[in-house]
Ligand binder design. Structure first.
Ligand code: HSE
Length: 308
């Protein structure tokens, strides 16, 4: 029986100003996935974690991706998927994208690379649609491509892999749940031209900074005048964490995806560690449990641990 084992990383979507278009893979946390090709057409999903996610294929993020691939390719085979999640659902660290991207990439390996990377992104987006109601690719693309990606368009799929700057990421996940669907619902549907112009400047500056390894430009561009002012209200101590992290050396940062996790970028590992400790201590003070992660930008995305 053909089987593949994957390490599927967390991702930070939006990168502050690039709502739904920018995303970055990190090293930790990550999910473990084991996918087996079956002779018979059924899809079996098993979770080894404690998150109580549905295992019925049509209600499971990995399951719907595999059902779509099966239907598209008219497959006689099925898949058994064993998922050990470490990326908590509702963390803003790309938990659903990890399951969706892992399922698409794992199936593709078992099917001897029948799909292109963009086709994998296309099928994985059905998982995001199940989880949040919207087919966005800003977490999926960096998971599948690695590093930092720009989703220029999802229809047609047009993904631009960007340079991987030599930066460290400090992230904190306060243990309060923010559902992506809720965090999208509260957003304003229209924006002013003034805000749009400011945001375009920030996005263009951020992409240019990433491409040129210009860390000062990256820092100056990590500003969001559209989404952050609305969503940050859902995240306890957001403003304090951001301000104090920058005071101790962060280039900048903000909400990871739809939150509640917060991430900061730093040039040195020691600075990133100091920032992570600061984030934790701020949550400790108000008795909110939190998990902290320090890692580099992950240039490769999903890692294949065992090939068929
Ligand atoms: N771009 C999406 C959002 C990411 O901000 O809603 C969700 O993880």
């Amino acid at each position: 029986m053909k089987k593949v084992k994957l390490k599927v990383p967390a991702t930070v979507a939006n990168l502050v100003c690039g709502f739904d278009i920018l995303g970055m893979a990190i090293h930790e946390p990550y999910d473990e996935m084991e996918i087996t090709l079956l002779e018979t057409p059924e899809i079996i999903i098993r979770h080894k974690d404690q998150f109580g996610l549905p295992e019925e294929p049509s209600k499971n993020v990995a399951g719907v991706v595999l059902l779509k691939i099966q239907e598209h390719l008219n497959l006689k085979n099925g898949f058994e998927v064993v998922i050990h999640k470490h990326i908590k659902p509702g963390s803003g660290l790309g938990s659903s994208a990890a399951s969706a991207a892992g399922a698409a990439l794992g199936a593709n390996i078992l099917l001897e690379n029948i799909l292109s990377r963009d086709e994998m992104v296309h099928f994985a987006m059905f998982g995001e649609e199940l989880a949040s109601g919207v087919r966005h690719a800003d977490n999926i693309a960096p998971c599948i491509y690695g590093g930092i990606t720009l989703v220029k368009s999802t229809n047609p799929i047009d993904i631009i892999p960007l340079n991987t700057p030599n930066l460290f990421v400090a992230a904190v996940h306060p243990q309060v749940e923010v559902k992506t669907s809720d965090a999208r619902q509260i957003l304003k549907k229209t924006i002013t031209l003034k805000n749009a112009v400011e945001q375009w400047g920030n996005i263009a500056g951020l992409v240019a900074g990433i491409q040129k390894n210009d860390f000062s430009l990256i820092g100056r561009s990590l500003n969001d005048v559209i989404i952050e002012p609305v969503r940050s209200i859902l995240i306890p101590k957001f403003d304090e964490i951001k301000m104090k992290s920058i005071e101790i050396g962060a280039l900048g940062g903000g909400i990871s995806g739809s939150g509640p996790s917060i991430f900061m970028l730093a040039e040195e590992k020691e600075t990133a560690e100091k920032i992570a400790d600061l984030m934790k201590s701020i949550y400790d003070e108000i008795n909110i449990e939190s998990l902290i992660y320090v890692s580099k930008v992950n240039p490769t995305g999903i890692e294949i641990i065992e090939k068929p």
